[in-house]
Ligand binder design. Structure first.
Ligand SMILES: C[S@@+](CC[C@H](N)C(=O)[O-])C[C@H]1O[C@@H](n2cnc3c(N)ncnc32)[C@H](O)[C@@H]1O
Length: 201
C-alpha cells in the first residue's frame, strides 16, 4: 500500500514559516471545519491526545479546550518552522497542557499505550511510509483508542495539494487494517475532505 512520495528526502515544503501561516487562514474552515473534526475525534475532558503533523497549530486551541487542564495534548511535527508556530499557539493560550515534540507519524517519540486519541489531519498524503505510521499509531494508542485520519479527496479543488498527490480513504482503510486496526467510522468532513476513524483493538 505504499505510494510514491513526490518530494526528496530531508527537508520538505513545510520548512517555511510563511507557508505554514497560510494554514491558519479562517477560510480553511470551508474544507477543514474544526467542530466537525473535533466531534469525529471524540476528544473529552482529561484525555491525552496526539496531534501528529500538527503544522502551525490549526487544531491546537480546539484540542486543548476539549481535553481541558486535566488532559494533555502532544503536538508533533518534524519541521522546526512548524514547532516554532506551535510554541506560539501554546504561549497565546496559554495552554500548559500542550507539549510540542519533534517527531514524525512514523516515529512520534510518545510512550507506548499512552494516548486516547490520535489525529492525522492533512498529513496522510505526505507520509512516506503509511504502514510504519499505522504501526506507530497502534503502539502509542491505549487499547480501544481512536485514530482519526482526515485528508483531501482525490478530486480537483481550487485549493489544496495537486490531484496527483492526493490519496483516497480506501488506501488508509487498507493500510490501517493491515496494521491491526478496525474501521470504526467513515466521516464526510466537507465537500472535498474525507474522514476515517480507526480503533486500536
Ligand atoms: C498540510 S500540513 C498540515 C498541518 C496540520 N495538521 C493542519 O492540518 O493544519 C502537513 C504537515 O505534515 C508535516 N509532516 C510532513 N511529513 C510528516 C511525517 N512523516 N510525519 C508527521 N508529520 C509530517 C509537515 O511538517 C506539515 O506540518
Amino acid at each position: 500500500v505504499a505510494h510514491e512520495h513526490p518530494h526528496g528526502h530531508g527537508e520538505t515544503r513545510w520548512d517555511d514559516y510563511g507557508r505554514l501561516s497560510r494554514l491558519l487562514d479562517p477560510r480553511r474552515e470551508t474544507w477543514y471545519p474544526r467542530a466537525v473534526i473535533l466531534a469525529a475525534l471524540r476528544a473529552d475532558e482529561g484525555m491525552t491526545v496526539a496531534d501528529v503533523g500538527a503544522g502551525s497549530g490549526y487544531m491546537i486551541q480546539g484540542l486543548a479546550v476539549a481535553v481541558g487542564e486535566a488532559g494533555k495534548v502532544f503536538a508533533v511535527d518534524p519541521s522546526p518552522a512548524a514547532r516554532l508556530h506551535l510554541l506560539e499557539r501554546v504561549r497565546e493560550g496559554p495552554f500548559p497542557q500542550v507539549r510540542v515534540l519533534e517527531g514524525t507519524a512514523e516515529s512520534t517519540g510518545i510512550p507506548a499505550d499512552s494516548v486516547d486519541r490520535v489525529l492525522w489531519q492533512a498529513i496522510y498524503h505526505e507520509l512516506r511510509d503509511p504502514a510504519a505510521a499505522f504501526r506507530e499509531a497502534v503502539r502509542i494508542l491505549k487499547p480501544g483508542g481512536r485514530l482519526l485520519v482526515v485528508d483531501w479527496e482525490p478530486q480537483e479543488t481550487e485549493v489544496g495539494p495537486p490531484l496527483s498527490e492526493r490519496v483516497a480513504r480506501e488506501h488508509a482503510e487498507e493500510a490501517g487494517q493491515a496494521a491491526g486496526m478496525t474501521v470504526a467510522e467513515r466521516i464526510t468532513v466537507s465537500g472535498a475532505v474525507w474522514g476515517l476513524a480507526l480503533h486500536r483493538p
